[in-house]
Design a protein around this ligand. Structure first.
Ligand code: C2E
Ligand code: CA
Ligand code: CA
Ligand code: CA
Length: 280
């Protein structure tokens, strides 16, 4: 038994070393990945429920490593956040996305699309976000009202004083702010009154279970009603089936995003979708 215990310990400790080594290796590889052109941006279309018009897109980062292949964002974004690399990558994504959005044609009814950019909690706290936003807008020539920032609910609620003053400054600059993964940190509902946000993105997990789970449906319905009472836009993400789209549509959800409507596309793919007439 002693021996087994020992072996067991060694096994776990080796497994842990391995995981740590792997992350360190990823971190080293991620440094300079942008310069080596291994990182690219894709754009997932966002549609208005009412008229099914393509009206914006969320930019998502992709990493194609020459040896390891495609690395999931959930993994490398986490590595980038833990290592602080996100402070370098985040502004690059922001700038490149603004430049891309500036080139997009208008949609079928003549509207300019918005671009929605994920901002990590680290970027929110390093004190440079406002300046980075302003220089990306100035450098790209994109109108501020076309830029949406997605901040996670927990990042904003975690430090309300900082968040409120920063969000107010962003507002004054003309940028829109959305709370991402909304509903996962349940505190959000009551905090919506205090934090100046323009929209909430209902987390994918609610949308996925809506049809089977009465609680998730009730919560989704409540989020939509309450957001609307406060004059806030509601986006649902992870819409994979028509039935989910219909449920959200009936409840007045303003915008939808998900595989049923469109997968994330490269820049030419988004432009050709726009040129097709942009109906879902
Ligand atoms: P997120 O912000 O919640 O992004 C939405 C994720 O859901 C994306 O995964 C998207 O591809 C996926 N998705 C969209 N529609 C569907 C659907 O119908 N079904 C399913 N199953 N999934 C759907 P992705 O691209 O793997 O990104 C994962 C996370 O990585 C993002 O979650 C975001 O937190 C982070 N991330 C990605 N790009 C960036 C970035 O440029 N900056 C920062 N800070 N985070 C990023
Ligand atoms: Ca997001
Ligand atoms: Ca999300
Ligand atoms: Ca559930």
């Amino acid at each position: 038994a002693k021996l087994a215990g020992k072996n067991c310990f060694r096994y776990y400790s080796r497994a842990m070393d391995h995981a740590v080594e792997r992350r360190l290796h990823l971190e080293q590889e991620l440094r300079g990945a942008w310069e080596r052109n291994e990182l690219r941006l894709v754009y997932q279309p966002i549609f208005r429920t009412r008229d099914r018009m393509l009206c914006g897109a969320e930019v998502l980062l992709r990493w194609d490593h020459p040896v390891l292949g495609a690395i999931p964002p959930s993994l490398f974004i986490d590595v980038a956040e833990q290592s602080g690399l996100i402070q370098v990558l985040g502004p690059k994504v922001l700038r490149a996305a603004c430049e891309q959005a500036k080139r997009w044609p208008r949609n079928a009814i003549g509207e300019e699309l918005f671009i929605s950019v994920n901002v990590s909690p680290k970027q929110l706290r390093n004190g440079n976000l406002l300046q980075e936003v302003e220089s990306s807008l100035l450098g790209s020539g994109l109108a501020a009202s076309r830029l949406h920032l997605e901040l996670t609910e927990t990042a904003v609620i975690g430090d309300e004083m900082l968040a409120v003053s920063l969000l107010e400054k962003l507002h004054r600059a003309g940028v829109r702010v959305w709370l991402d993964d909304f509903g996962t940190g349940f505190s959000g509902l009551s905090h919506l009154r205090q934090v100046p946000v323009d929209g909430v993105k209902i987390d994918r997990s609610f949308v996925a279970d809506m049809e089977r789970d009465a609680d998730d449906l009730a919560l989704t319905t409540a989020i939509i009603a309450m957001a609307h009472a406060l004059g806030i836009t509601v986006v649902a993400e992870g819409v994979e089936q028509e039935a989910q789209f219909e449920l959200l549509s009936q409840r007045g959800c303003d915008l939808v995003q998900g595989y049923w409507l469109a997968r994330p596309l490269d820049a030419p793919g988004l432009v050709s979708l726009l040129e097709q007439g942009s109906m879902a």
